[in-house]
Design a protein around this ligand. Structure first.
Ligand SMILES: [Cu+2]
Length: 92
């Protein structure tokens, strides 16, 4: 096999793997209650980011947007929010 062909196959494989990883992610939107000051949003975000499998978390106003692996359960996120002292009033 020529080196060029090998590189093409390696490239195609890498692309397939990264596409699979992307397909295994989902976005969860949480409505969070109890965030009363400017320090609450970063605290909630950090709590969400600590959950195993969470790729990123963003908190704006009373809304948290979490990108997580498919293995992450909504209950894990709700628990993390509760652990930070807030409560989740809606998930979608
Ligand atoms: Cu606060």
């Amino acid at each position: 096999m020529q080196k060029q062909q090998l590189m093409a196959i390696v490239g195609a494989l890498a692309l397939a793997l990264s596409t699979t990883a992307w397909a295994g992610e989902r976005t969860v939107n949480l409505k969070v209650d109890g965030m009363s000051c400017a320090m609450c949003a970063p605290a909630a975000r950090k709590a969400l980011e600590k959950v195993s499998g969470v790729k990123s978390a963003k908190v704006e106003g009373d809304r948290a947007t979490v990108v997580a692996g498919e293995q992450v359960q909504n209950a894990d996120l709700v628990k993390a929010i509760a652990g930070a002292g807030f409560s989740v009033t809606g998930v979608n």
